[in-house]
Design a binder for this molecule. Structure first.
Ligand code: PMP
Length: 440
């Protein structure tokens, strides 16, 4: 039966399937960090629904919240009508918002996916400013619908201006650190202020506080504050895409809190639905320029997702899971850096909280050219095949990890925030074994 399911689905389903290729398993049960396959094997799941499962699989408080809605006889489909379930969700969401936004925020239910909320954000700032240009960053990932694709890497839309996102490893300026971030900020200023750059005053800037799909690049806090100053001074709304970084993942409830930056718009999805599809925008109320119906969608009222989401937000807040993510993430990063010392094919280890990336490189490859000598440690060519081999070896050892990065050379860990110290040790042991198995 197990082989039949795999065979039938690969024969019937679109070639666009991704996870299913690297992870040929048939999950039938799951709890917390653990997934059990139809073959009876158990896996530690550090993919977590692509970073969605803040509380892991089937957390009792999430299940209870869903059951309560089902048992209450409430309508499951409620369009955008007022309901008690939505009321509870928004109350909990507003309780968590960064100070400075919470007291004059509006929430807009989009959805069901993160990419839908990104579309709404772009449309909102364009409508509010009457301008059309958008500033976006290299390596960005905002989704797969047309507008979101244009602000992700590889845009062709003439209205989108791509700016260099700061990163230490393979810094576009060859320096990394805060100096590299400062150069990114100066680049941004010169693009905006040089009348001959041909870039008119844009409608908004969209950024991820930590790039996830782009290969786990945390933006320095000083850079975040520079971007806030640059946009504020020119009345450019700043959109923080916290689809992946939100709800405690990076060690603060929202990743913008590390820098204290208050964005004008926040895009939220993934964990806010407690494992069910939900996506919202939160924005300053003076940006609320929509005409009724100017942005609609049939599935804006998923009551089960709102209930699961409210339970998740409350649980993360009450149990201080963001602090847990910060502490455990720091320990995991430290141990992974020791791994990098042992294996030359581990080129870089980086992350924030429980959003962690391990980049595989070809250690024999020539150091990549650096415009300045100061390049930290010198980056080596990305090794996507090696990263895929590590992922395979992890799976053999009962560990599910994701791959990411612009060249798919980064092994990514996105465990649930409920992961214990002992479980983290098991994850690191299996990953270290897998790296040892592929290292030459
Ligand atoms: N923004 C970011 C930062 C993301 O990581 C993702 C998904 N990985 C999206 C937007 C798109 O979300 P969805 O896949 O739900 O459309």
């Amino acid at each position: 039966a197990y082989d039949g399911i795999l065979r039938r689905q690969s024969a019937r389903e679109s070639a666009a399937r991704t996870y299913a290729r690297a992870l040929p398993i048939v999950p039938v049960r799951a709890r917390g960090l653990t997934i059990e396959g139809a073959d009876g094997r158990r896996y530690l799941d550090c993919l977590s629904g692509a970073g969605t499962l803040a509380l892991g699989h089937n957390h009792p408080v999430v299940l209870e919240a869903i059951r309560n809605v089902l048992d209450s006889g409430a309508p499951l489909h409620a369009l955008d009508l007022a309901t008690p379930v939505k009321d509870a969700f928004t109350t909990e969401l507003f309780r968590t918002l960064p100070p400075g936004l919470a007291d004059h925020a509006r929430v807009q239910f989009c959805g069901p996916a993160g990419t839908d909320a990104v579309e709404a954000a772009l449309k909102l700032v364009r409508t509010a400013t009457g301008r059309s240009g958008i500033l976006a960053f290299t390596g960005a990932y905002h989704g797969m619908t047309a507008g979101a694709l244009e602000v992700s890497g590889g845009a062709t839309d003439v209205r989108v201006t791509r700016l260099p996102y700061p990163q230490d490893y393979r810094c576009p300026f060859g320096v990394g650190g805060e100096y590299g971030a400062e150069l990114s900020a100066r680049w941004t200023e010169s693009v905006l202020d040089d009348a001959k750059s041909g870039v008119p005053l844009p409608a908004g800037m969209i950024l991820e506080p930590v790039q996830g799909e782009g290969g786990v690049h945390p933006a320095p806090d000083v850079w975040m504050r520079r971007m806030r100053k640059i946009t504020e001074a020119r009345s450019i709304p700043l959109i923080a895409d916290e689809v992946q970084t939100g709800v405690g993942r990076t060690g603060r409830f929202w990743a913008v809190e590390h820098s204290g930056v208050v964005p004008d718009v926040m895009v939220l999805s993934k964990a806010i639905g407690g494992s069910l599809p939900l996506a919202v925008l939160v924005y300053r109320d003076d940006l609320d320029v929509w005409q009724p119906g100017a942005h609609a969608g049939t599935f804006r009222g998923n009551q089960l997702a709102m209930a699961a989401g409210a339970a998740t937000l409350a649980y993360v807040r009450e149990n201080r899971l963001a602090e847990h993510a910060a502490l455990l993430g720091t320990r995991m990063l430290g141990q992974l850096r020791a791994l990098a010392d042992d294996f030359a094919c581990v080129g870089d280890v980086r992350g924030r909280g429980l959003m962690i990336g391990v980049e595989l490189v070809n250690p024999e490859g020539a150091p990549e050219s650096a415009p300045l000598d100061a390049l930290p440690a010198g980056s080596r060519p990305a090794a996507p095949a090696l990263a895929a081999a590590v992922q395979r070896e992890c799976l053999r050892r009962g560990l599910i990890v994701e791959l990411g990065g612009r060249q798919t050379s980064v092994v990514r860990l996105l465990p649930p925030l409920t992961i214990s110290d002992e479980q983290a040790t098991a994850v690191l042991d299996r990953l270290a074994d897998a790296v040892a198995a592929v290292a030459r």
